[in-house]
Structures are given as C-alpha cells and as structure tokens.
Design a protein. Structure first.
Length: 199
C-alpha cells in the first residue's frame, strides 16, 4: 500500500481582500496559489486555452462568490513551465451582503461556499467513497469596512477534526478590517463503506 501524500502538499492557498462600500457592494482582489495535484490539474486546464476562454473561466468563477458579480481583470503566472507553480491574481466587484435586517448586514466567508467537497448522500454505501488525493484549502479573507460601520458579532471559531480530515475557521478584527482564516483538509483518499456513516 503506497502511503498517502500529506494534504498540505496538494490544494490551494488564497488571500482575498474586499473593500466594502456603504451599500454592501465592493471590490475584491484575490491571489490563489496551487500546489501538487491541484497545480498539475491547472497546468492541464490552461494548456491551449485562448485569452477569451481564460476570461470566460474567471467570469464563471467569480459568479459563485458574489451577487451581480462583474469580473474586472486577471493575470495567471507559472503556466510556461510544467514544473512552475500556477498563481492566479484576479479582481471582481459585486454585492457581498447575504442578508440584511434594519441597519444590519450579514456576510458569509467568501470562499467557504465555493469549496468543492465530495458528494455526500444519506444512503448507505457498498463500495468505498473515493475522495481523491489528500488536499488542503487554506485561505484568508479580509473585509475592509466602510467608515461608520462596526462589527456587531461574528460566529464562534470552529475546529472539527476526525480521521478523515479537519476544518478550522477563525475570526478576528484588525482596526476596521474583519479577518476570516479558514483551513479545510481531507487526509485520506478513500473512505471504506463501513466508515461512511462516520465520515
């Protein structure tokens, strides 16, 4: 049996900054770095794509992260050499409020909703679930609040660990900037049928 690779060798590291306006709309700048198998997959994806196809792929990507999202610009580095690390830098605008009541707004961490996770069904399994190569998504999301706005509350920090992986989400304030840090890891490539309920 070949040992599993460590999750931190594969996956995505990102950093996003949202400059929030007084109406709930804003502009976000994002940098995403790809590691291991995720990096290899992106090399295959970008090979032979035209600039127009790349632009359309970013438009589709940002539509998952905000209402009325408008793609602004992007650059992709590391595609020239298959051994190079692919780094995407892109920006987009949109509406980032997920709900509102009175003079309060509610937000959801930008990339937590966009993470791809294995399909989970309530039905029992007869065969193992293939999760894929162990991987990790690690990111930091910074919301720069407009003048006059303050944070009324944030969820409690979350930390969940099991033999299959882990999830951590932490919140903090730095001046007028709300910071969310999140890490989701899958530590096994397959889940045996008899452990599927626990997973």
């Amino acid at each position: 049996r070949i040992p599993e690779s460590a999750p931190e060798q594969n996956g995505i590291e990102y950093r996003a900054t949202l400059q929030l306006g007084p109406t709930g709309s804003g502009i976000t700048s994002v940098q995403e770095k790809y590691l291991g198998t995720s990096n290899s997959r992106l090399h295959s994806f970008y090979r032979n794509l035209s600039q127009e196809q790349i632009r359309r792929s970013f438009e589709e990507k940002v539509s998952r992260y905000a209402d009325q999202a408008i793609f602004r610009q992007a650059s992709v580095g590391g595609t020239e050499d298959n051994s190079g690390q692919i780094v995407e830098n892109f920006s987009f605008s949109g509406t980032f409020v997920s709900a509102s009541t009175g003079d309060s707004w509610f937000f959801q961490p930008l990339f937590l909703a966009g993470n791809s996770v294995p399909e989970i069904s309530a039905r029992p399994r007869l065969l193992p679930l293939k999760v894929g190569t162990p991987y990790r998504v690690q990111g930091e999301y910074r919301i720069e609040l407009p003048i006059g706005m303050r944070v009324a509350g944030v969820p409690e920090d979350t930390s969940v660990r099991s033999e299959f992986g882990s999830l951590e989400v932490k919140y903090s304030m730095s001046g007028n900037v709300l910071v969310t840090k999140e890490i989701i890891s899958f530590t096994t490539s397959r889940v045996p049928a008899e452990k599927y309920d626990a997973f």
